[in-house]
Design a protein around this ligand. Structure first.
Ligand code: C2O
Ligand code: CU
Length: 570
């Protein structure tokens, strides 16, 4: 073996060390400027002002290679304070730049700026960023593309080109007023008026077909299509007419390729899909619509975009339309998600913990909050609410991270989030009346550094059973099991997949079912965990995991940046 061969072994070994840990090596540094401002947009026959980044919808794409760092200077030229979150970026030891309002920082006041340091580590694939203050994420979102690190490649033939499609929601009214009104009245917030693909509703809505998003392709090329679900309140089915989808990654982690005619993607999730333009050159519809497996109000419309082949041909008189499952087709959703397995290869190994130190069971519920004189517009004249383990989360008025870091809690939060539901009953059957009313508070769960953690999310039949896309900041986690009905601590773990469980940051907990996740708590910080259906999160379907420091500097939260946005205690 020659010198260079030996060197490459050494380099490969160093590379492996880097892949295995959360530490970020010396990747490249990128700089971005995000200018938040009100911008006029015309959609669905009317013009309104929305909050945007750099005047565009979706906002700018952040493109990095694995292990890089991006500094994003957010200039808030909008009307109110807000924050940005880097969804799915683990931010090792750096909760300061994670973003959820009043969890890791106070909002960036209008007229000021704040620089986020977005540290990439083991992620590779697609993630996204979005505002994380009230409902501002409705228009403030964009893609994060993480390419393979230098001198590494995809675990499949390098695609000829790439494309990103972001699914979103469009509201004719002002989203901030909409959620404020809903919370004040206690009823359901208005449903959106359209879904959009890259900001455009598409041909099936009024006044939209001139501006339908077009994806131009060359015959014979294979594309890496990145699909991001930034929709506010509905899971989505997505398909492309006459084209087969080969899903190769989810939430910036590779999976065993799945060949399918449609996908189901929850708010918060991303999927990387290989698409070969192998059909007769023409136009083909891309379509997306809601998957809602409950009896709740939802937007039942379909958004479209068009795959348009380059070249000379006459446009078809009828553009082929894909077949999407019915909005309530639970079997179609399950058939797709049950196929997802981690790639679990030598280059992309998994590290699911087998020893569990902290076992947490969390029930998920829609609830009611008692309303004076039964004057609210939710069920029974009460206000709608939501909870985890029967605790409806209340955001504090100053951020939890600073209170924790300074060791000066001062009543900002309590550490009493329970390890299991306060009452045990038939969660997914006849639930009776006993847990309709939750308790309220800012209760967090403390976790020791390095622990193996298992969380079982238990869906419930309280008020309105539904699929809940649960998202954890600061981590990705392994989905080791899912099932219908009640989790059984003896029999359910026997069905776990510990060989190639998918590694994700958001998991759709099946309606009236459960999902078990595992991760090693190797990222100290204050990490928000919540349902990514925005109305549920607003109602309190949230909590916080605080992972304590370990005993060396590399296992402790970094010191705060010189400047953090101020908290005006009011
Ligand atoms: Cu994409 Cu806390 O969220
Ligand atoms: Cu939910």
């Amino acid at each position: 073996m020659g010198f260079y061969n030996k060197m490459s072994w050494v380099l490969a070994f160093l590379g492996f060390m880097f892949l295995g840990g959360l530490s970020n090596a010396n990747g490249a540094i990128h700089h971005y400027d995000f200018v938040l401002k009100e911008t006029n947009f015309t959609r669905l026959c009317s013009t309104k002002s929305i909050l945007t980044v750099n005047g565009s919808l979706p906002g700018p794409t952040i493109t990095v290679q694995k292990g890089d760092t991006a500094f994003v200077n957010v200039h808030n030229q909008g009307l109110y304070g807000l924050t940005i979150h880097w969804h799915g970026v683990k931010q090792p030891r750096n909760p300061w730049s994670d973003g959820p309002e009043n969890v890791t920082q106070c909002p960036i006041p209008a007229g000021t700026n704040f620089t986020y340091e977005v540290i990439f580590s083991s992620e590779e694939g697609t993630l996204w960023w979005h505002a994380h203050s009230d409902w501002t994420r409705a228009t403030v979102y964009g893609a994060i593309v993480i390419l393979p690190a230098l001198n590494t490649t995809y675990p499949f033939a390098t695609p000829d080109a790439q494309e990103t499609l972001i699914l979103g929601s469009w509201f004719k009214g002002d989203v901030m007023e909409l959620i404020e009104y809903a919370l004040a009245s206690g009823g359901d917030p208005n449903i959106s008026d359209a879904f959009v693909i890259n900001g455009q509703p598409g041909d099936l809505y009024d006044c939209s077909n001139e501006t339908t998003y077009r994806w131009l392709v060359d015959y014979g090329k294979t594309y890496l299509l990145r699909v991001i679900n930034a929709v506010m309140n509905e899971e989505q089915f997505f398909a492309i007419a006459n084209h087969t989808l080969t899903v190769v990654a989810q939430d910036a982690a590779y999976i065993k390729p799945i060949t399918t005619s449609y996908i189901m993607i929850t708010p918060g999730q991303t999927m990387d899909i290989l698409v070969t333009a192998n059909q007769p050159p023409s136009h083909y519809y891309i379509a997306s619509k809601a998957y809602v497996d409950g009896t709740v109000a939802f937007n039942n419309s379909t958004t479209t975009a068009i795959v348009q082949y380059n070249g000379n041909y006459s446009a078809p008189s009828t553009t082929p339309f894909p077949t999407l499952p019915d909005y309530d087709n639970e079997t179609a959703a399950d058939n797709f998600t049950s196929q997802i397995r981690a790639l679990a290869s030598k280059e992309h190994p998994i590290s699911v913990p087998l020893e569990i130190d902290s076992k947490i069971i969390i029930s998920i519920a829609i609830n009611e909050r008692i309303c004076p004189n039964s004057s609210c517009s939710g069920p029974d004249g009460n206000a709608l609410s939501a909870s985890l383990n029967n605790i409806s989360f209340e955001l504090p008025s100053v951020d939890i991270l600073q209170a924790y870091y300074r060791g000066n809690n001062n009543g900002v939060y309590s550490t009493s989030f329970p390890n299991k539901p306060p009452y045990t009953f038939n969660f997914t059957g006849d639930v009776g009346n006993n847990t309709i009313y939750p308790s309220f508070g800012t209760r967090v769960r403390m976790i020791k550094y390095g622990e193996g953690v298992e969380i079982v999310f238990q869906g419930t039949n309280i008020i309105a059973p539904e699929n809940h896309p649960m998202h954890l900041h600061g981590y990705s986690f392994y989905v080791v099991g899912t099932g219908s009905g009640n989790f059984n601590s003896t029999t359910s773990p026997k069905t776990y997949n510990l060989v190639d469980p998918p590694e994700v940051n958001t998991i759709g907990v099946p309606k009236n079912g459960w999902a078990a996740i595992r991760f090693v708590a190797d990222n100290p910080g204050v990490w928000f965990m919540h349902c990514h259906l925005e109305r549920h999160s607003s109602w309190g379907m949230d909590t916080v995991l605080i992972v304590r420091n370990g005993n060396t500097t590399e296992r402790k939260i970094r010191s705060p940046p010189a400047y953090m946005p101020p908290c005006s205690k009011s």
